[in-house]
Design a protein around this ligand. Sequence first.
Ligand SMILES: Cc1cc2nc3c(=O)[nH]c(=O)nc-3n(C[C@H](O)[C@H](O)[C@H](O)COP(=O)(O)O)c2cc1C
Length: 225
Amino acid sequence: MSGEHMSGNRCELMELGFSIDTWGEVVMVFYSKGEVIGLMPVGLKLSEDCTLAGRLYRGSKLYSYIASAKVAELPCIACISEDPQLFYMAVFEKSQTIEIFTEHRCPEEFCDACLIGLCKFFDGDEAINLKISVKEIALHRKTPRVFTRASAAIIEALVWFTKLPYVDCKDIERVLERIELLKETVYRSSQKNIYAKLIENIYLAAFKLVKEDESSRCGSRDKNI
Ligand SMILES: Cc1cc2nc3c(=O)[nH]c(=O)nc-3n(C[C@H](O)[C@H](O)[C@H](O)COP(=O)(O)O)c2cc1C
C-alpha cells in the first residue's frame, strides 16, 4: 500500500506512536475465509514506505501454520491498546479473546484503535518476517498510542531509582540488578538514541548511589542484614 496512510510526507501511523527505531506492541489477529485463525501479541516497527514490519518466532502456533501451509498472505488486524489486560488475555485467555474478535472486528472495549490490512509473510533467518499494508485505520479513542516496552522499562527504572534511598541495605544490589535488566529491555526493544541515553543515565546514577550507600549508610558497621 506504500503511502496509503501518508498525509503529505508524513505517515499517519507515526501519530499512533509507531516508529522505525522502537518496537510497538500490538495484538495481531489473523483471518482466513472470514474466520480468526490466529491471535497473538507481536512487536511492530514502522518501515520507510509506511508499512509495518514484525517477526514471527518459531514456537507459536501461527509460525507453524504459516511455515507448514506455506501461506503467503492473510488479512489481519492489529489491535492497539496501552492496557496490559489485552496482552494478558491474548496469552492466557486466547480462545475467549478469539471469540471477542470473531464477534467484533475491532472491539471498542479492548482496542483504542485497529489497523486493518493485509499481512504478507517472508522467510527470514530465525523467524518469519511479517509486512503489514494498512488499508484502514479504525479509531475508538481520540489519541490512541501503541504500547512500547522501551518507555515502560524507562518509567519502571525511574521508579526503582527513586526508591533506592529508602531500600533496605540488603536489597540495594538487587535493585541495581533490576535496573540493569530494564536497561537491557530498552536496548532490545528500541534503537532510539534518546531512550538509550535516558536508561544509561538512570543506571549510572543508580550505580553511583549504590556505591555511595555501600560506603555510608550501608557501610559494614550499620549494615541492615
Ligand atoms: C508483548 C508481547 C510481544 C510479543 N512479541 C512477539 C513477536 O514480535 N513475535 C513473536 O513471534 N512472538 C511474540 N510474542 C510471543 C507470542 O505472542 C507468543 O509466543 C504467542 O502468544 C504464542 O501463541 P500460541 O499459544 O497461539 O502459539 C510476544 C508476546 C508478548 C506478551
